[in-house]
Design a protein around this ligand. Structure first.
Ligand code: CDP
Length: 219
């Protein structure tokens, strides 16, 4: 069984998905982290696009452990490094590449075929898992999303201003929504959750209520 949450940057998808995973004993799959890991490697390789032709040689692995989605390239853990400003600045460009999308989609489908999972991303309900058991689309204004993301980054010890974050979020929204391959899009049958006025606990509870009513899953 797969449940998906899509939405724009900073809409609260990952924290909501993790809370649901822990409550319902599901695996959590962070598709954005996989795009970020490839971007991290691309920057490290001097931004050479030959990386995209050789993705099968890249040993990208991941696991979900105690609320932490951990990502490794070969034996190097890059979980923290993929959240840097440099990676955030380039990830949407890298994620627009069809070879990159094909590679990430294959990794996710393999994983979801083995474990009951909840995954978050941009195109999961519309393109990657059209038959998902439940689909959510999380929304909030760019300003609210930038506030949330700025405070998260400050908590991680990153020096960043609200204006910088807002600009990055708006730029990623623009690229993610307008790209040719699998753009950010609400699936027709997705449940829209408008989170501006909701507390975190309220949005998690609402999603769980929908999941329990649409599946045979129990808490
Ligand atoms: O957490 P945040 O909303 O900042 O973004 P993310 O989930 O870490 O995703 C980073 C970037 O990866 C997005 O801005 C998209 O460009 C790309 N992405 C995508 O294209 N498709 C997905 N399913 C997930 C992420």
């Amino acid at each position: 069984m797969i449940i998906v949450l899509d939405g724009p940057a900073g809409s609260g998808k990952s924290s909501t998905a993790k809370a649901i995973a822990d409550k319902l004993h599901l695996q959590y799959l962070d598709s954005g982290a996989l795009y970020r890991a490839i971007t991290y490697q691309y920057i490290k390789a001097g931004e050479s696009s030959s990386l995209f032709d050789n993705l099968d040689k890249m040993n990208l692995t991941f696991n979900y452990d105690a609320g932490n989605f951990r990502v490794f390239i070969d034996d190097e853990e890059c979980t923290a490094a993929i959240r840097s400003k440099q990676v955030s600045g380039s990830v949407s460009k890298v994620a627009a590449n069809p070879l990159v999308r094909k590679y990430v989609n294959r990794l996710m489908k393999n994983y979801a075929s083995s474990f009951a999972s909840i995954a978050d991303g941009r195109d999961l309900g519309s393109a990657v898992f059209p038959d998902a058991a439940v689909k959510f689309y999380l929304q909030a204004s760019a300003e609210v999303r930038a506030e949330r993301r700025t405070s998260e980054m400050h908590q991680m010890g990153q020096e960043v201003s609200y204006d910088e974050v807002l600009q990055n979020i708006m730029e990623r929204d623009r690229i993610d929504s307008s790209r040719e391959h699998d753009p950010l899009r609400k699936a027709e049958d997705a449940i829209v959750v408008q989170t501006d006025q909701m507390t975190f606990e309220e949005q998690v509870a609402l999603c769980i209520q929908h999941i329990l009513s649409k599946t045979s899953h129990t808490t």
